[in-house]
Write a protein that binds this ligand. Sequence first.
Ligand SMILES: O=C(O)CCC(=O)C(=O)O
Ligand SMILES: [Fe+2]
Length: 235
Amino acid sequence: MPAPSRLDGTDWTALSGELDEHGHALTGPLLTPAECRTLAALFDEPERFRSTVDMARHRFGSGRYRYFTHELPTLVGELREACYPRLLPIARDWAARLGAPAPWPDELAEWLAMCHAAGQAKSAQILLRYGPGDWNALHRDVFGDLLFPLQVVIGLDVPGTDYTGGEFVMTEQRPRAQSRGSATTLPQGHGLVFTTRERPVPSRRGWSAGPMRHGVSTVRSGRRHTLGLVFHDAA
Ligand SMILES: O=C(O)CCC(=O)C(=O)O
Ligand SMILES: [Fe+2]
C-alpha cells in the first residue's frame, strides 16, 4: 500500500484532539503484522545502522537501539514522509498558541536541509529492542536547537503475546503540582504520536507549555521492538 493511504485509517481530527488533551494519541494501523516482523528483523542487519546505543552504558535504561543510516528502508522513509504533512498543522497550531516560532516549511526535505545546515545532519530514525528486564528512562529526544515538536513510535510486536510489561509511559509536569503519568500499550502496527518536549496547556492567561517526557516501563517477558520516527535530525 502506498504510504500516504496507510494514514487514511486514522481520524486525524480526533487524533489532534487527543494530542491536545494528553500530549499523545494512537493512530490506526500503519503497518501489517508481516511488515512489522520484517522491520523488527532488520535489527540484526548491522549495515543498515550508523550506530548502536547500549542504553545501560549511558544510563538511559536497559536495552539497545540502533540509528538507521540516511539510507532508510523504503517503508520507513515513506512513512516518515507521509506523517510529516499530517503533523505539521498540529505543530503550527501549538506554536501559535504558545507564541513560539514555527520554522517548519511545507516540505520535509526542506526542513531536513535546514537541520543539516545548522549542524544537525545525522539520521535520528531508530529501531529499538527490549528483552526481559529492559526499560527506557523518561527522556526527550531533543538533539539541538532545531526541533520538530511531534514524533511517532510504532509498535512492532503483539503486546501480551510477544511480550508483557513494556508500556509506553509519559509524564506531564504541572506548574506548582506533582506530575501526571500515563501508560499506553502499543498495538502491533499502530503508531503513537506524542510530543517531544511539551504540550500547550490552558492557563489563566491563555496557554502555557506543559513539559512532558516519555519512556518505557520494564519489559517482564518476551521481546519488544519499536520503530521511532523523529522529524528533526541529530547533531
Ligand atoms: O520504545 C518505545 O516505545 C519508545 C522509544 C522512544 O523513546 C522513542 O521512540 O523516542
Ligand atoms: Fe524517545
